[in-house]
Write a protein that binds this ligand. Structure first.
Ligand code: C2E
Ligand code: MG
Ligand code: MG
Ligand code: MG
Length: 275
């Protein structure tokens, strides 16, 4: 009997250990598992031109489609993804999904359509980013698009040789660099001096206070002025009301983005609604 019992007990013990490990699985393990199950999906938000409000591009925003919890927003998992380094393969998967879905639709996109991806500071040390960008651009040969990398300022990019050669490689390919959430960090002006920035995205906290807060209006006025002097393109983020549109229109800002024009939606809905 022990010949039968022994392996059974062994199996049972192994099963219990497995259960325990699962219970105490670190969130990083959960992120990795979710990545393998392809639960991270792109949502796309339209970006329109500042004059006629026609669609000119989109920003890709990551969502975690959780089988139990539903759609989880980025603030609940991006910080951990960045700390753990998982953000690099997760971002690559985002670029692949968008490329596979939209590459075959290239001909239907407005000319020079912009695709914006959020890239964290630590990702700018990884030279594979250049290959990923190349693969993305190549998928749209039928009707070339503009690839925009949006850099957020949660941490400062170190100015190393690797980073500089990476930036140079990206520039040579025509990739545009946008500074996201401009005006919120302490490092924004430092970035403008160190790296070639093509696009400034004025943070939604300033846009949101236009009309109710004179100071926010002055800040927006001055950021626009600065960007024009530095010959940078401007995106006003978080445009929600007609009053904000009316305030911004005389400035002839290149691009506007916000719920007023459209919320982020899944890729299929984006195609249906915007293309
Ligand atoms: P972000 O890059 O500044 O993206 C804009 C955020 O503002 C998005 O939130 C968008 O849904 C939201 N938004 C757009 N228009 C409006 C508006 O009119 N009103 C309001 N209240 N909100 C608006 P979301 O999708 O929750 O993303 C939050 C942040 O998470 C992003 O801010 C970005 O920093 C980060 N994130 C999202 N996807 C990725 C990603 O793939 N990689 C990385 N590294 N970060 C990401
Ligand atoms: Mg962004
Ligand atoms: Mg932003
Ligand atoms: Mg943000």
């Amino acid at each position: 009997a022990s010949l039968v019992l022994f392996p059974l007990v062994g199996l049972f013990v192994a099963f219990m250990i497995y259960q325990l490990l699962g219970r105490f699985a670190t969130p990083v393990t959960a992120l990795r598992a979710a990545m393998e199950k392809k639960q991270f999906i792109p949502y796309l938000q339209p970006v329109v031109d500042g004059t006629h409000h026609q669609i000119t591009g989109c920003e890709v925003l990551m969502r975690w489609q959780h089988p139990q919890s539903g759609l989880i927003p980025p603030y609940q998992f991006i910080p951990l993804a960045e700390e753990s380094g998982l953000i690099v393969p997760m971002t690559r998967a985002m670029m692949e999904q968008v490329r596979e879905q939209f590459g075959p639709l290239a001909a239907e996109l407005p000319k020079g359509f912009h695709f914006g991806f959020n890239i964290c500071a630590s990702h700018f040390k990884d030279l594979t980013l250049v290959d990923d960008c190349k693969a993305f651009i190549d998928a749209f040969k039928a009707n070339p698009i503009k690839l925009v990398l949006e850099l957020t300022e949660r941490e400062l990019i170190e100015q190393t040789e690797t980073t500089q050669s990476l930036f140079n490689g990206l520039r040579r390919m025509g990739v545009l660099i946008a500074l996201d959430d401009f005006g919120t960090g302490h490092s924004s002006l430092t970035y403008l001096q160190k790296f070639h920035i093509d696009i400034l995205k004025i943070d939604q906290s300033f846009i949101g206070r236009i009309g109710t807060d004179a100071l926010a209006g002055h800040i927006v006025d001055n950021v626009i002025d600065l960007a024009k002097r530095l010959q940078m393109v401007i995106v006003a983020e978080g445009v929600e009301t007609q009053a904000q549109v009316d305030y911004l229109t005389p400035y002839q800002i290149e691009f506007l983005q916000g719920y007023f024009f459209g919320k982020p939606v899944a890729a299929n809905d984006f195609v249906e609604k915007w293309l």
